[in-house]
Design a protein. Structure first.
Length: 372
């Protein structure tokens, strides 16, 4: 089969995209830095940064430190280039994050707001976002878009929230939500959003399974910068794998699902941080719950690792708080693991707060980056 020829326009766009990403990732840089790192000629790097400056995406900020010759101009992402909003919708709360093009979070807020499917809910969310932006000193004009994270099946082909048991939503078109917001809206499953936050800013985590352990259990497969979706956008739905045949009832209507044994609600009806504090203090009830919880979780983690042969990242409320207690899960998985390998492939998430909202905002930034 004949290889597709890459046009000069495509090469220029790729180079421009690579340069902008490099500046976003590295903060303050110079044209010689860009030239060396991306293997571009210095005139090419200089021409590209000139274009980016003219477009208001990059700005000069003085000069770099001298290395013996003439000082190079210091370049960084323009503060006026734009920011992305991340919105994570759950049954009882919304989380909002304002993220810069560099990936840095400039503002985060979690707000108690029980979900309902009526217009009044989205109007209130809109008002919360407007106050959030105003408090963060972010004008409407600088918002690149809103990334919206939903718990449930997000069908990107049909552009709808296909099914969310926890919210009681079925076949909800994206347009029915986005019409309330004066920005472009991009939708993502909550576990996918958490995985995206975990992977997109990491140089080392190229392939992993993200297991979200919050008030519901979800999962996602991250592979070299993208999320695996599956034929029906259900790839990674580990929360509804059967752990105990004919076991506890799950909210989905089936029995024995992982969600029924390993959601955060299996440990506490309140804040997960309080549970781990009780565990640290040696509370017998907390210790018993943790022993049972980790036994079921180890089954799931071992099964996932056996099938995918990749790292497993524990996220959500539980993954964010477990700290040193991750060794309990590692030990139990090691007992089940068929192969002679250590259990360091199990790791706690890097982003402890608002991971789904952050991932949703980073998805908006990635879409913007691809268009530069």
């Amino acid at each position: 089969m004949e290889k597709k020829k890459i046009t000069n326009i495509e090469v220029k766009k790729k180079n421009r995209n690579d340069v902008f990403r490099y500046i976003c990732r590295n903060g303050m840089v110079s044209n010689p830095d860009i030239s060396y790192a991306l293997k571009l000629s210095l005139p090419t790097a200089t021409q590209i940064t000139k274009e980016l400056i003219e477009r208001g995406l990059v700005e000069e900020r003085g000069e770099m430190e001298s290395t013996g010759g003439r000082r190079a101009k210091a370049l960084s992402v323009s503060e006026a280039a734009g920011k992305a909003v991340g919105l994570d919708i759950t049954k009882n709360h919304i989380s909002l994050v304002l993220t810069e093009l560099t990936g840095r979070i400039s503002k985060f807020e979690r707000i108690f707001l029980p979900f309902n499917a009526g217009d009044s809910y989205y109007l209130e969310v809109k008002q919360k976002i407007e106050c959030f932006l105003e408090d963060g000193g972010c004008s409407k004009e600088s918002v690149l878009g809103i990334g919206i994270s939903f718990p449930g099946i997000i069908d990107l082909d049909k552009e709808m929230v296909a099914d969310s048991h926890i919210l009681g939503v079925n076949a909800l078109p994206f347009s029915e939500v986005s019409r309330f917001f004066p920005y472009s809206c991009h939708f993502l499953n909550d576990a996918n959003a958490g995985a995206y936050a975990e992977g997109i800013q990491s140089d080392s985590m190229e392939h992993f399974f993200y297991l979200s352990l919050s008030n519901t259990v979800g999962g996602a497969v991250y592979n070299n910068g993208r999320l695996e979706q599956g034929m029906n956008f259900r790839c990674g739905e580990a929360g509804h794998m059967t752990i105990v045949p004919d076991g506890k009832a799950c909210y989905c209507g089936k029995n024995g699902c992982l969600d029924a044994y390993c959601s955060a609600k299996c440990l506490t009806d309140g804040r997960v941080e309080v549970f781990f504090e009780r565990l640290k203090q040696g509370g017998q009830e907390a210790a018993g719950l943790w022993e049972q919880y980790t036994s079921y979780l180890a089954i799931a983690v071992n099964n996932i690792h056996m099938v995918l042969d990749c790292d497993v990242v524990l996220g959500g409320y539980v993954g964010s708080c477990m700290g040193e207690y991750i060794r309990d899960i590692r030990d139990k998985v090691s007992e089940r693991n068929t192969f002679a390998e250590d259990s360091t492939f199990i790791r706690a998430c890097r982003h402890k707060t608002g991971a789904a909202a952050l991932g949703a905002s980073l998805n908006v930034i990635e879409i913007f980056m691809e268009q530069v």
